[in-house]
Write a protein of this length. Structure first.
Length: 573
């Protein structure tokens, strides 16, 4: 048991507020009396962190699918995965993951609203603790409100008080109302939260709140002046405050960029100086598993989503490679759901360490049992990250090592994956979880990183670009890239002020933060999402300007009684 998970177990056993917006009546409410005790109110607030575990798989569908960096693999086509990637409106509106995302966001928001209401009446042992719990729950509400409004935009249903019965009247006051409430909640959060080093790992602290406000302000800056003025901001004020927040996160606390990029995502290094906030998981399957329907899973299954066949070659997928398994504990449980785009792979210089630390290109023999560690002295398969010559391939195959040229996986001219490539592709390694106790184990034990310092550097550089300070932006990127430099090739990754524009920020954001559940939101705020996706993901052809918002789920709309005023986002039919 680790971090705040130990505190969550009590919360799970006593708190099950579950009012679903426009869906069902709440079940299993804890008693009003208990919720107003110190133990009860803290358990209620802690239960929100557990609810975040339901978000992981859905946030991946919304935050990473349908962008420039990922596309569908074999098992993603014609499935709920694929539906949310292609911007085919009817399929997106009815998509189960879009529906679940909406549902879990409003569940979490409702519990946060309940916490804010109850804490005013709760008997807490000290004013200091009550103040901290108040700041914590306001920060958590801001987090949910922000994901709701950035995902569903003007069609979002707004609520800042708890509901205890079925809700059928939707309320859409507009984006400015959301941001005003979010910013007010963050102001409350700033008042009493502890420093990061004084907080239980995974719980809200002042560093997380500053990183959240950083995201909020950069998102807000993308809206028109009317919305901005209704929140008391201008674009310039958003950028200036973001710069201040980023510099504070970098300089005022104990956060540090790790020297080794891969170690950020190492399952044996889940508490490290670069992580600002992560969702907690545990190896105790009583509290980390899937129920019978599997739709309600709160396990971390991200480890499987970017894994293709590595026991077969893209050149001959009908024959298994002796010594490699269809699943393994270390190399992953193949799911063939999503794969990197050719654009994503080609973004990296071959002298950028992050390339080989993001994409797996070599597989070694796993002796005897798929749960065993690989024999790293015995390479069986190479998938190249560059186009290589026939002579290169022959030099390895003469030694019994199979080589998939990248041109076997993608059409190099169009970027479209080949038929075999959609099954036999490079594993994106950030979510691999060798701590699982069995190769076919779907429940992952590894924490899910929501925010880290690398994002702060990228955002600071973006804010400097937005405020016409390219020299400072170049300095930030230079600092970030120090760990990416291969000795002797430092000049290959050198940047100057002349390089600094929004195209560069989006590219460097992909190299540093790709597939970390925030790409869609970053593209959205950039103002370039539609053109960028069209240019860099040839599998996506239906995207239009209105797709900067996701559609309201159809099953939620079925329950609305005031459809004369509660409407779907523009463009969707």
């Amino acid at each position: 048991m680790k971090k705040i998970t130990i505190f969550l177990l009590l919360a799970l056993s006593v708190s099950s507020f579950s009012c679903d917006f426009l869906e069902e009546e709440p079940k299993g409410l804890i008693s009003d009396t208990y919720a107003k005790t110190e133990e009860g109110i803290e358990s209620l607030i802690l239960s929100i962190y557990q609810r975040n575990r339901y978000l992981t798989e859905r946030l991946y569908k919304v935050g990473d699918c349908g962008t420039d960096l990922t596309t569908y693999a074999t098992n993603g086509l014609g499935t709920n995965y694929g539906e949310i990637m292609f911007y085919n409106d009817p399929l997106m509106i009815s998509n189960v993951y879009n529906s679940q995302y909406w549902k879990y966001l409003y569940k979490g928001l409702n519990v946060a609203n309940q916490g804010i209401e109850y804490i005013e009446q709760a008997s807490v042992s000290s004013e200091e603790k009550k103040n901290k719990l108040t700041s914590e729950v306001h920060a958590l509400r801001a987090f949910y409100l922000f994901l709701i409004v950035e995902t569903y935009g003007p069609a979002s249903h707004y609520v800042d008080t708890p509901s205890y019965s079925v809700v059928t009247d939707g309320y859409q006051p507009g984006i400015a109302v959301f941001f005003k409430r979010i910013l007010d909640d963050l102001d409350i959060a700033f008042r009493h939260l502890d420093l990061p080093q004084n907080t239980q790992w995974g719980r809200m602290n002042i560093g997380i709140v500053k990183a959240l406000k950083m995201r909020v302000l950069m998102a807000l800056s993308a809206y028109d002046d009317t919305i901005l003025s209704n929140t008391g901001y201008t674009k310039q004020k958003c950028y200036e405050e973001t710069i201040s927040l980023c510099n504070s996160i970098i300089n005022d606390y104990n956060y540090k960029l790790l020297d080794d990029y891969a170690s950020i995502f190492d399952v044996n290094n889940q508490i490290n100086d670069e992580i600002i906030w992560s969702i907690q998981y545990t190896s105790d399957l009583i509290y980390n598993g899937m129920n019978v329907s599997r739709a309600e899973m709160d396990a971390n299954v991200m480890h499987r989503n970017f894994v293709g066949w590595y026991n077969k070659s893209a050149k001959n997928p009908n024959v298994n490679i002796d010594g490699l398994w269809s699943h393994s504990r270390v190399y992953g449980r193949e799911y063939r759901a999503t794969m990197p785009t050719l654009y994503y792979i080609r973004l990296f210089s071959k002298f950028d360490k992050r390339r080989d630390q993001t994409f797996q290109s070599v597989w070694c023999r796993i002796p005897d049992n798929w749960n065993n560690d690989p024999d790293y002295s015995d390479t069986l398969l190479i998938r190249t990250l560059d186009v290589v010559s026939d002579e290169y391939i022959k030099s390895y195959e003469d030694r019994g090592i199979i080589v998939d040229n990248i041109s076997d996986i993608y059409d190099i001219n169009t970027g479209i994956p080949t038929i075999n490539g959609r099954s036999c592709f490079h594993t994106m390694t950030k979510y691999l979880d060798p701590s699982r106790d069995a190769a076919k184990r779907e429940e992952g034990f590894k924490d899910l990183i929501l925010m880290r310092l690398g994002e702060v550097y990228i955002t600071l550089a973006e804010a400097y670009v937005r405020t016409n300070q390219p020299e400072k932006a170049a300095e930030v990127i230079t600092q970030l890239r120090k760990r990416a430099l291969i000795d002797g090739h430092e000049s290959e990754l050198k940047v100057t002020a002349a390089d600094m524009d929004m195209d560069f920020i989006l590219e460097e954001g992909a190299r540093e933060l790709g597939c970390e559940l925030n790409r869609w939101y970053m593209l959205k705020r950039s103002g370039k999402m539609v053109e960028w996706v069209k240019e860099h993901n040839p599998d996506i052809t239906l995207i239009k300007d209105y797709h900067i918002y996701r559609p309201l789920p159809q099953d939620a709309l079925y329950e609305v009684t005031n459809l004369d005023v509660f409407v779907q986002n523009k463009g969707y039919k």
